[in-house]
Design a protein around this ligand. Structure first.
Ligand code: 5AD
Length: 350
């Protein structure tokens, strides 16, 4: 492409970026154009938008993968029930509290309990664990990522003290959803659950994989519009990565640049979003955390599960563990971690 043709394209992209920053929304066609943008301007604008709200502070979350059992059979996930080669484990309440003890000493002020959909963790068992963590660490936030549950169940978890809940919507398009999940799973059920979470006052996170099989740019635009409408406090977006023991073993991983553009677009759409540079992003690219933050992310989750559990919790191949000298790496790009709960900006004050 000639230099002048590139200049014209950049001009259009800058216009779209400015429009998104001002109006927080674009038409479907404009979103599609911006998604494939090659201009750094988009990322610069996203960084500025993040800095306006959160300065150069990056929030750390301590991730505790407490059960690898799952009743679901999602085609993309290594923990799917049909994967008989997956190693299964559950952490006890004591083991979970030990993770929190170590995490607290290391400076974590948010714990994320993440697991497969495991019927062992009834409302009674889970609320007991939530209360124990919140009683021991009242200054910490507790995030749950325990799949779809009914309204009454979620209400009990909220009343027990859980502050936030992550439940990726996976894809807002129900036909695409059916390409990724067995028939007993429905996009509408996920979305209902997300609305319940919002109603119950959880800081709520949805999200999706980039480059999942059969995903189109149009699908991603639908995801962005769904997010605009749901108005969540957090959004998790990372590349799809194939797992060798799933029906998608031979599929390609998601595209790095597309993930970064989506992060930047989300930051401009919702400047106060809690937006992680995900483990999946750092798995497909050595500098994934830095690139994610430079595209507008402001959260990093680090695994604080016992080492024996980490080896077993494999949702995709080659998943990286906790990163060494992360503090320095983040400093190198002009940001710093903060020992803080890291709630959504002004949460509870509006
Ligand atoms: N690649 C990337 N992300 C995945 N997830 C599950 N399987 C994969 C995979 N193969 C994501 C899903 C899920 C979250 C916990 O992990 O979006 O919601």
């Amino acid at each position: 492409m000639t230099k002048s043709a590139l200049c014209v394209i950049f001009k259009v992209m800058r216009k779209l970026t400015d429009k998104l920053a001002q109006e927080r929304i674009l038409s479907r066609g404009e979103f599609a154009e911006l998604l494939t943008c090659e201009d750094d301007y988009l990322h610069e604008a996203a960084r500025k938008a993040r800095e306006n709200i959160y300065g150069n502070k990056i929030f750390l979350r301590g991730l505790i993968e407490f059960t690898s059992y799952c009743k679901n059979d999602c085609f993309y996930c290594g923990l799917r029930r049909s994967n008989s080669s997956a190693a299964r484990y559950r952490l006890s309440k004591e083991q979970i509290l030990n993770c929190c003890d170590e995490g607290y000493d290391a400076g974590y002020r948010t714990f994320v309990l993440q697991g497969g959909e495991d019927a062992f963790f009834t409302d009674e068992i889970l609320t007991d664990i939530i209360r124990a963590i919140k009683c021991k660490y009242p200054d910490c936030a507790l995030t749950l990522s325990t799949g779809e549950r009914g309204f009454e169940s979620l209400k009990l978890l909220r009343e027990a003290g859980a502050d936030r809940y992550l439940l990726r919507h996976e894809t807002a398009d129900s036909a695409h959803y059916a390409e990724l999940h067995p028939p007993e799973m429905q996009a509408s059920a996920r979305q209902k659950c997300l609305r319940d979470l919002k109603e119950l006052g959880f800081q709520t996170g949805c999200g999706f994989m980039v480059g999942s099989p059969k995903q189109t740019l149009e699908n991603i635009v639908s995801d962005l519009l769904f997010i605009k409408e749901l108005d969540p406090e957090m959004v998790g977006v990372g590349p799809f990565i194939p797992h060798s023991a799933t029906p998608f073993a031979k599929e390609k991983a998601g595209n790095l640049k597309l993930v970064l553009n989506i992060l930047a677009i989300l930051r401009l759409m919702k400047p106060s979003l809690l937006l992680p540079a995900t483990t999946a992003l750092a798995t497909i690219e050595n500098q994934g955390y830095e690139l994610g933050i430079n595209a507008g992310a402001n959260v990093i989750m680090q695994n604080i599960s016992p080492l024996t559990a980490r080896e077993k919790y494999k949702i995709y191949d080659n998943k990286i563990g906790a990163s060494e000298n992360l503090k320095q790496r983040i400093k190198n790009i002009g940001c710093e971690f903060t020992v803080a709960r890291g709630d959504y900006f002004n949460y509870g004050e509006q």
